[in-house]
Write a protein that binds this ligand. Structure first.
Ligand code: ADP
Ligand code: MG
Length: 747
């Protein structure tokens, strides 16, 4: 890791539409030393990396402020601060909503009387009864409308003004020009009628238009902010999972310790019904623990001495003590929160297109509205005021606010829904891509099988005895990381075999290993490893076949060039494998198994799991080639593997999936992690992708349809600006609500 590069993900205030996104991005892009910029409208956050030697956070803040927005910087590192980044982010959002609410309420209080009085003043009976003349009424309207413009509406004007200074614009510009025109015109008409040489015919004053637009747009934003807060509830739920304190045992005494003061190695006691505060390993006691919030698996899991427990999960039945192994930002839950935040801040490919459209949208709209005015006033035979109303209607109906919300809100809800089902999606790209998967490639060990292989058989050959054979095998395997090695070492320990220290050791990934033990050359591995070392195995064909035909993997052990025996290793197929594979096949998805194991064992396992296509005897780089070959046949390939020797294949695949056991580091590398290791998560991921993409398409439709129909209708002079404002508020709300609908769906 480069120490000079630091990555941030910070909230930005004032981003209200899709064109804001590209503006913030562009302004950051111009600064040297800033990279990996991603701006997200749904989270209202910008993430970027900076080179500390070239730029500082305050430079970034200044540039963003110059372009019309405000970035919320993290507080200077304060040791006493107990707030997490997530909490700061949430409280920032709350304050934004609170100020929106205040502005909206003020707007409402003043614009209702403006509306009522304006309507009444159009009736003859009111004017007969009224003690005030039209002139007097209009002055009251002016007084009532002014606070709406200058208090409630100031955010539109100040942003529009700042942008105008830089010759740019966004949807705030549209609202500001629209309402500003109506207000200014009406004010001049009331205060200095001689300038416009107007005699007061009542239809000429439009304070109600200006105030109603501001009130409705604020209402839309308020509803939108409320709904947006709900889209990020997955993260809030995860933050809420962590209890505030833990019961720590120190010098035999139990004490309540705030969770942020825990350290690794603390001994913590958990009673029935309590939340487990941080990650750790059970030392004593046992209990069933509900881990559904992490794995999506609803059946409680038995935890006894030596088992790992995860912070945020709920202890059900018994009490136990555990030693903390990860605290603070190192816990699994903190990891997951960071991953989801990153995924939600990432951009789906479809979003780039939307952003491009939005960035040219506002200037085009301003041109169309100006043309509308010119046409109606000069050639259409309308009065100045009626032409002006059409001009305002076009500006207001064209706000591209819903457009900018369409994709990111759906991505946020989609990733959140995945997380609560144990499917951790790490980027928007793979969420968009997963629906196109036509082939699922599964690794055998640890993916289709449990990954906890066991020795089931020992065959001695060439006059070696079992103790001697196991001693050679286990002494060498002790130094290997392979799951088969663990199985052999464990078995040897059970049989109280004597271990030697190898004089040399050399592992060959995907093949086996070579070691020198007591001056003897020991070669262990698969048949290929034997061929590579010119070791005769054909005489043991019968014994080999007996193992492989029963889905048992034979490990060959040779000593000084002679085959000394075979160790049969079996790995149980995951209980979820068959169901998941059947479901994939029923959706016309090709299922392929890849393995470095021998073909006969592999085929026997594939048959048990219901897989027809098997490619065996592969080295790690050949697994990647196999994926590439499938891709060259036009298939969109998802690779599912445990990430250790499958890394090249995972990197090659269109979507990479790790069947994480919940604590695996593979979680960091793959596009999607199945938290429980349950393979039906693949089906869920594909279904989730389909639902999210459908929601995005519906959203884009709803966002565009208002603009596409609204703009020509407004230009033709058939749309009252107040209805245009209502329609715009409605379009944002309908887009966000449609995304939220996804939250309730089952995957
Ligand atoms: P998989 O594709 O099933 O994950 P690997 O690529 O890890 O398998 O290994 C392929 C084969 O190489 C194994 O089936 C085994 O026969 C052999 N092998 C690899 N490492 C070892 C080892 N440490 N001890 C014995 N055999 C090994
Ligand atoms: Mg493997």
């Amino acid at each position: 890791m480069n120490q000079k590069i630091k990555t941030y993900n910070l909230p930005v205030e004032g981003m209200t539409c899709a064109s804001c996104v590209s503006r913030v991005e562009k302004s950051l892009n111009k600064i040297e030393g800033v990279s990996d910029i991603s701006v997200n409208l749904a989270t209202e956050k910008v993430s970027f990396s900076i080179n500390k030697e070239k730029v500082s956070l305050s430079d970034i803040s200044r540039v963003i402020e110059d372009s019309g927005y405000r970035i919320i910087l993290p507080p200077a590192t304060d040791v006493k601060s107990t707030e997490t980044d997530e909490e700061i982010y949430l409280s920032h959002k709350d304050s934004y909503r609170a100020s929106l609410k205040k502005e909206f309420i003020i707007a409402l209080i003043f614009s209702v009387p403006v509306m009522v009085i304006s309507m009444l003043s159009m009736t003859d009976w009111f004017m007969q009864w009224s003690p005030l003349s039209m002139d007097g009424i209009n002055k009251i309207l002016f007084v009532l409308a002014t606070p709406v413009m200058f208090y409630s509406g100031r955010r539109f004007f100040s942003i529009a003004f700042r942008l105008a200074k830089k010759f740019t614009s966004d949807m705030n510009t549209l609202v500001a020009i629209g309402t500003g025109t109506a207000y200014t015109y009406s004010s001049i008409a009331v205060l200095f009628p001689e300038i416009l040489s107007i005699t007061f015919a009542h239809e000429h004053i439009y304070f109600d238009t200006a105030t109603t637009i501001i009130t409705l747009i604020l209402l839309g934003r308020l509803l939108e902010a409320g709904a947006k807060a709900k889209t990020s509830s997955a993260i809030q739920n995860l933050i809420g999972l962590q209890p505030k304190t833990a019961k720590v045992i120190k010098d035999g005494h139990e004490a309540d310790v705030p969770i942020n003061q825990l350290t690794e190695g603390d001994l913590i006691i958990v009673r029935p019904g309590e939340k487990i505060p941080v990650d750790g390993v059970v030392i004593s006691g046992s209990s069933y623990v509900d881990e559904s919030m992490i794995t999506g698996e609803s059946i409680p899991v038995l935890k006894t001495s030596g088992n790992k427990v995860t912070g945020g999960t709920i202890n059900k039945t018994g009490s136990f003590q555990f030693k903390a192994t990860a605290v603070g930002s190192e816990t699994l839950i903190s990891h997951i929160i960071r991953l989801i935040e990153k995924a939600q801040a990432s951009k789906a490919p479809i979003q780039n297109l939307v952003d491009k459209i939005a960035s040219v949208f506002v200037p085009i709209v301003i041109v169309i509205s100006a043309l509308t005015f010119v046409y109606w006033y000069l050639f259409g035979g309308l009065s100045f005021t009626s032409s002006m109303l059409n001009f305002i209607a076009v500006l207001v109906i064209a706000c591209p606010c819903a457009l900018g919300l369409a994709t990111p809100t759906a991505i946020m809800v989609g990733t959140g829904l995945g997380a609560s089902n144990g499917v951790l999606i790490k980027n928007a790209r793979s969420l968009q891509q997963a629906v196109k998967i036509s082939t699922v490639v599964l690794d055998k060990t640890g993916t289709i099988t449990e990954g906890t292989p066991q020795v089931v058989n020992v065959v001695t050959l060439n006059g070696f005895d079992e103790k001697e054979l196991l001693s050679f095998a286990a002494s060498a395997e002790k130094l290997s990381e392979h799951p088969y090695a663990d199985a052999i070492v464990k078995y040897a320990k059970q049989k109280s075999i004597h271990f030697e220290d190898p004089e040399s050791f050399n592992s060959e990934t995907g093949l086996g290993l070579k070691a020198v033990i007591k001056d003897k050359v020991v070669v262990i591995g698969n048949d290929k490893m034997m061929i590579n070392n010119s070791i005769q195995v054909s005489f043991a064909e019968k014994e080999i076949h007996q193992l492989t035909s029963q889905a048992v993997t034979p490990i060959y052990i040779s000593v000084d060039g002679k085959l000394a025996g075979l160790i049969g290793i079996a790995d149980k197929i995951k209980s979820s494998a068959k169901e998941a594979i059947n479901k994939l096949k029923s959706q016309n998805i090709n299922v392929v198994m890849l393995t470095g194991d021998n073909e006969i064992t592999a085929k026997a396992i594939a048959q048990q799991a219901g897989i027809d296509t098997v490619i065996a005897n592969l080295l790690p780089h050949q697994k990647a080639e196999a994926v590439k070959k499938l891709q060259s046949e036009g298939k969109i390939v998802a690779m599912v593997g445990d990430g250790i020797n499958d890394a090249p294949a995972l990197a090659q695949a269109d979507v990479s999936i790790a069947p994480g056991t919940g604590t695996d580091i593979a979680m960091e590398t793959a596009d999607i992690t199945l938290m429980s290791g349950d393979l039906t998560g693949i089906v869920k991921a594909i279904r989730l992708s389909k639902k999210t993409i459908t929601a995005i398409k519906q959203n884009l439709f709803w966002a565009f349809i208002y603009n596409v129909i609204g703009i020509p209708v407004a230009a033709l002079g058939l749309l009252n600006p107040m209805f245009a404002a209502a329609a715009m508020a409605l379009s944002s709300v309908s887009v966000v609500s449609n995304s939220l609908r996804l939250k309730g769906s089952r995957i």
